[in-house]
Design a protein around this ligand. Structure first.
Ligand SMILES: Cc1cc2nc3c(=O)[nH]c(=O)nc-3n(C[C@H](O)[C@H](O)[C@H](O)COP(=O)(O)O)c2cc1C
Length: 483
């Protein structure tokens, strides 16, 4: 196989957990972007509300909202099949509150729809989540959004002249229930996995509204047309928008999560795997690599001593773990069965070809990307890299308290000479204001200029150019080697 295809397919072939998760949204998201999915969800909600409102002459709002909740409760329960065993009283308390807020939110907004124009009701309802967002924000700019929304509500109200107090109060109640729903959704998500919480909450909301719906609806609840329209409202207002949002959110999750300085906690690893995220751990020796594999990571970044930035060493001394990439990678490859990603000093196609020859499945480049146009580091930092030499970097604790490789500068030498360096992360916190000021003023002598020993190979270019160059050079290097 040609080397570039091999490198690409190696990365793609890193084990993912999609097989363990059953239904996977990627088939849908590959065709629809998250933005389209959210827009479809919004349109669906509006159509659902429109149908519901057109029914109000013949069917009471309480009955329609109940039919909507029944529909979504049935669909969600069938999809999620929630596990109810071994649940604590606190789990039930949270999900009951969540279900009650869901029921009240839906019931109150339909009561409002029956009394004031749809657009005004939805706008007033939005005050609930908006207030929540502003209370949780410290940025003065966010208060301007509330004022704008309030102005919008006032303008809509003045123009139509169709407002009634009960309609407005029901919309505000719906907004308050929406805010409660948002507050409880995070806690419900923590206590109930996947869709379980929402499915149980939908059943609770349905049960809550059953007595008033049955007493108001009476024989209407046996009319197939009313049932069909209620189910359509349920699909359009709950099932379709929720599915669209869920698929959009899942497509926004990171595909890969990497960790350095140690092993991931078991519960975090389980949560990441449950979310179908590939987890990469960092190792600087083969013993660390074995521990990372044992912990359950899907791949290992083997960080050679040439690497720029912080050392990932977590078991044993930093000095002893200064193993060069060319020695480290094959030993790590032999020690583990998961894919190994070579890193440290790789700057061009020659380095990539060498890493692949050593048995790596992929490579990780840090310094090479720092001088790309898209990199957000100060220009003084980029300039320091392109003018540095291979003997111009060294390991230091001066900036953060943890050993990291960077270009030698005034800050590094003077702080090291002073001798008083606090442990990580104290030193890091203390030096941050100085580094921030240096970045603003473009003064490289006080910046942490993290960079690897391959500095002399760095180029100023666009990231796309770098990638294209790496692909071409790798092919050329392999051809030169007779592969
Ligand atoms: C500026 C900079 C920041 C880095 N930040 C991280 C990080 O947050 N997490 C991590 O695992 N590695 C980090 N690294 C280390 C890289 O993952 C990698 O080991 C290293 O860049 C590879 O060597 P190279 O710089 O010679 O390409 C960083 C490296 C640099 C240069």
């Amino acid at each position: 196989m040609d080397p570039v295809r091999r490198a690409n397919s190696s990365v793609r072939d890193l084990p993912t957990r999609s097989g363990l998760c059953g239904w996977h949204p990627d088939a849908v998201t590959s065709r629809l972007s998250p933005v389209w999915l959210v827009l479809i969800g919004i349109l669906s909600v509006q159509f659902g509300a429109g149908i519901a409102k057109s029914l109000f002459d013949e069917v009471a709002p309480t009955v329609i909202v109940w039919l909507r909740l029944v529909t979504s409760a049935i669909v969600l329960t069938l999809v999620a099949r929630p596990v109810l065993r071994n649940r604590s009283a606190h789990d039930w308390l949270v999900v009951t509150g969540f279900g009650a807020s869901l029921g009240i939110m839906n019931w109150a907004i339909y009561q409002s729809f029956a009394r004031i124009p749809l657009g005004i009701a939805v706008t007033i309802e939005f005050v609930g989540p908006l207030t929540l967002a502003v209370l949780g924000s410290r940025r003065p700019r966010d208060f301007a959004w509330v004022l704008l929304a309030a102005a919008g509500v006032a303008l809509l109200g003045f123009e139509r002249g169709e407002l009634t107090w009960p309609g407005v109060l029901f919309a505000l109640l719906a907004g308050a229930a929406w805010a409660t729903y948002i507050l409880l959704s995070a806690e419900t998500g923590r206590r109930w996995p996947g869709l379980d919480g929402l499915a149980v909450a939908s059943v609770i909301a349905t049960l809550l509204l059953t007595p008033p719906a049955v007493s108001t609806g009476g024989v209407q609840l046996t009319d197939p047309r009313v049932l069909a329209l209620g189910a359509a409202v349920g699909l359009l207002s709950s099932v379709i928008p929720y599915s669209c949002e869920m698929v959009a959110l899942r497509s926004l999750r990171p595909a890969v999560f990497s960790i350095t300085f140690g092993l991931p906690p078991a519960d975090a690893l389980t949560a990441l795997h449950d979310a179908d995220v590939t987890v990469i751990g960092t190792a600087t020796t083969s013993a660390e690599a074995a521990a990372v594999e044992e912990a359950g990571c899907d791949a290992i970044a083997a960080q050679g001593s040439e690497a720029g930035g912080h050392r990932g060493t977590f078991a044993g001394g930093f000095e002893a773990a200064m193993v060069g990439t060319i020695a480290l990678v094959p030993q790590v490859v032999d020690a583990v069965s998961v894919p190994v990603i070579a890193s440290g000093g790789i700057m061009d196609g020659r380095g990539i070809a060498a890493a692949l020859a050593l048995g790596a499945s992929a490579v990780q480049l840090g310094t090479a990307f720092l001088t790309c146009e898209e990199a957000g580091v100060p220009d003084a930092y980029k300039q320091a890299i392109v003018t540095a030499r291979e003997d111009g970097t060294r390991l230091t604790r001066a900036f953060s308290g943890r050993p990291a490789r960077g270009i030698v500068n005034r800050f590094m030498t003077e702080v090291e000479a002073g001798g008083a360096i606090l442990p990580f992360p104290l030193q890091n916190a203390l030096t941050r204001p100085l580094r921030s000021a240096a970045a603003t003023q473009g003064r490289a002598e006080y910046l942490s200029l993290w960079a690897g020993q391959g500095v002399r190979l760095a180029r100023r270019q666009r990231a796309a150019e770098l990638i294209a160059r790496l692909a071409k050079e790798t092919e050329e290097a392999v051809v030169r080697l007779g592969g």
